[in-house]
Every structure is written in structure tokens, then in C-alpha cells.
Design a binder for this molecule. Structure first.
Ligand code: TXA
Ligand code: MG
Length: 315
């Protein structure tokens, strides 16, 4: 049975205790709900893959309370430190060289000599990480290939009975996964567009981000390389200015749509609503979904990335 924990002292203590004993606990972050496990515990991490039904070549993000805790596990150069100072806590994940003997399960890194790390900007996530006092590996708390959860009920809809608990912190503020940067080269490379717009990162660095490094098709370095991902159950048609018979319309801007990402055309609001709309379309049994055009700048780039994946042929 999966417990639904309140966001109070008792709920936090329980959640931390479960994590320290090798359990799986879903917790809120500002981006999406994570499915947490002690990153130093091989068995606990293995259970993440089992609960999600996730292909095991996908490495996981480790969550830590601050940059100091990150630096104890990873090597950070001046660029990484600058990014950390500007954007942590926040929706930014850095892929960094891992220190020898960092004590992180090989199942987390999938055997790579790098580690993806993030300092979440959510009071409950922060409190849980401090109370647990372990590095916490956490992918999004959804079955593999499904839409990421932005409420505790989304988590339960996908994973009830498969995890120990969900800590309920209400809806996530950002609503899209973190932006992932590979910081192992001279110039950071964008591995996944996400909740922190690339433009903000480039403004901080004063240089354009590098394109993603080329990786073998068998070893995707971020979900960007997996074509079908973030999918609702129905099929998805993009850039639709009107609907065809039998389609449910997901609008953007002042349109008479059944469901709307943001009537005022606000990309931040659209990002926060995206996954909830896709979950609601699933709940409605929508078989064919038509989505309005979304501007391709700022958070719109991450929204379009998720929508393209939702529309990709299923495997
Ligand atoms: O917002 C988020 O990032 C959420 C919340 C829970 O923090 N987490 C999340 O984790 O989206 P996940 O596991 O769904 O996505 C992590 C992605 C993986 O698909 C993986 O390919 C990439 O990060 N990744 C992890 N470690 C990596 C590494 N060492 N090198 C390159 N990519 C890595
Ligand atoms: Mg995910």
C-alpha cells in the first residue's frame, strides 16, 4: 500500500525514515514530482527502475540540498560554480565529473564517470533532503514513457501500490523537468531543454551553449535521445490551428478550446499546466489530441520539446 503523507513534520520524518531504510518515496520539487531513493543504496535504486518499468541504460539525477553537498561528490570548475551560484536552488541539472569513491550506486550513473546533480527549489524537497542526509536519486515519478506528474494524485494514478509513499506538496510551480547541461567540456552543452530557459543560461555565461555531444544510439545521455517519451494515451497532432472531427483541442491563447494551456498566452503558465492537461486528457479518454501552436522561445522551447515527444511514433 502506498501512503499519502501530509507536508508536515510527521510526514517529513516518515518520508526520510523510509528513504533511509531503502524505500521509494515520491516527493514534490518545483519542476515535477520525483521518485526518490537513497542514491548510495544499490537495491533501493534498482527498485526505482522496477517501479517505473524503466530501461536501465538511463542514468538518474541525484538531488542534494546545496552546492557544497554537490561539490563533495563532483568536480566543479569555474563555469559550473558560476551556474550553481546563479541558478541553484532551481530547475537546472548539471552533468559533472564524479569524484572517485563518491559512494554513488553504479545503477545511478549507469556506469558513466559523470553524475547528473540538482539542488531543487522547493521547501519540502529541501527539508526532506536535509532530514534524510543522503544523496537522493530521483527520476520523475511516472511509469516509464508516461507523462511526468505535477500533483500527488498524478503520482498515485501511475505508481500506487508500487512505492512506499508520496509526500503531498500540492501542484508543482514550474511543471516541466529541469534543464540539463553537460558541464564536462569547455562550453556547457544543452542535453535537455527544461524549466530554466536556455536564454537565461546563455545570458549568465555570456556565450552560446554548445550543441549536445554525439553519443552512440545505444547509450542515450538524456531523454532527448529517446523519441517517444512524455506521451499521453491518445495520439497527438501538433501546430493545429483548428480541430478535425473526433479530436480534442488543447489550446494556447484566447481560443475557444476544450482545454487551454494558457488563455492569456503566458508560457510560464502553459509550462505549469502542460502535464496536468495531458493527465486530464488521459482521464477524459481523449483518443486524438490536437495541440495549438506554441511560440518557440523561452519555456516554449521546452514545451515544444515535450509535445514533439508526445507526438512521436510509439515504440
Ligand atoms: O526536474 C527534473 O529533473 C526531475 C525532478 C524529479 O528533479 N527529474 C528528472 O529525472 O527528470 P529523470 O531521471 O526523469 O531525467 C534525468 C535524465 C535522464 O533521462 C538521463 O538520461 C539524464 O538525465 N542523465 C542522468 N545522468 C546523466 C549523465 N551522467 N550524463 C548525461 N545525462 C544524464
Ligand atoms: Mg521522466
Amino acid at each position: 500500500m502506498t501512503r499519502h503523507l501530509d507536508p508536515d513534520e510527521t510526514g517529513l520524518k516518515r518520508a526520510a525514515e523510509m528513504l533511509r531504510r531503502g524505500g521509494l518515496v515520491s516527493f514534490p520539487t518545483e519542476t515535477v514530482y520525483g521518485l526518490g531513493a537513497d542514491a548510495s543504496d544499490d537495491e533501493a535504486v534498482a527498485r526505482i527502475y522496477e517501479a517505473k518499468g524503466r530501461p536501465s541504460f538511463n542514468p538518474l539525477i541525484v538531488h542534494l540540498p546545496d552546492a557544497e553537498a554537490v561539490e563533495a561528490l563532483c568536480m566543479m570548475d569555474d563555469t559550473a560554480r558560476r551556474l550553481a551560484a546563479a541558478f541553484w536552488p532551481g530547475a537546472l541539472t548539471l552533468v559533472l565529473p564524479i569524484r572517485p569513491y563518491a559512494g554513488i550506486s553504479k545503477l545511478v550513473t549507469a556506469g558513466l564517470d559523470t553524475l547528473a546533480v540538482r539542488v531543487p527549489d522547493h521547501p519540502l524537497a529541501q527539508a526532506l533532503l536535509r532530514e534524510t542526509a543522503r544523496p537522493v536519486a530521483a527520476p520523475s515519478a511516472n511509469p516509464s514513457g508516461r507523462v511526468s506528474p505535477t500533483t500527488a494524485n498524478h503520482v498515485l494514478a501511475g505508481l500506487a501500490g508500487r512505492i512506499e509513499a508520496v509526500l503531498d506538496g500540492g501542484p508543482c510551480g514550474v511543471g516541466l523537468e529541469s534543464t540539463i547541461l553537460d558541464c564536462t567540456g569547455v562550453t556547457p552543452a544543452l542535453l535537455r531543454a527544461g524549466g530554466l530557459p536556455a536564454e537565461a543560461i546563455e545570458a549568465c555565461l555570456g556565450v552560446p551553449l554548445a550543441p549536445p555531444p554525439v553519443t552512440p544510439a545505444t547509450a542515450p545521455s538524456a531523454p532527448g535521445q529517446l523519441s517517444s517519451h512524455y506521451a499521453p494515451k491518445g495520439t497527438v497532432r501538433l501546430d493545429a490551428t483548428e480541430t478535425e472531427p473526433g479530436e480534442t483541442y488543447l489550446g494556447f491563447g484566447p481560443l475557444g478550446a476544450e482545454m487551454n494551456l494558457s488563455r492569456s498566452g503566458d508560457l510560464v503558465e502553459a509550462a505549469a499546466n502542460l502535464f496536468d492537461c495531458l493527465h486530464r486528457l488521459d482521464a477524459l479518454g481523449a483518443e486524438r489530441i490536437a495541440v495549438a501552436p506554441i511560440p518557440d522561445h523561452g519555456l516554449g522551447r521546452a514545451i515544444n520539446d515535450r509535445l514533439r515527444r508526445a507526438a512521436a511514433p510509439r515504440r
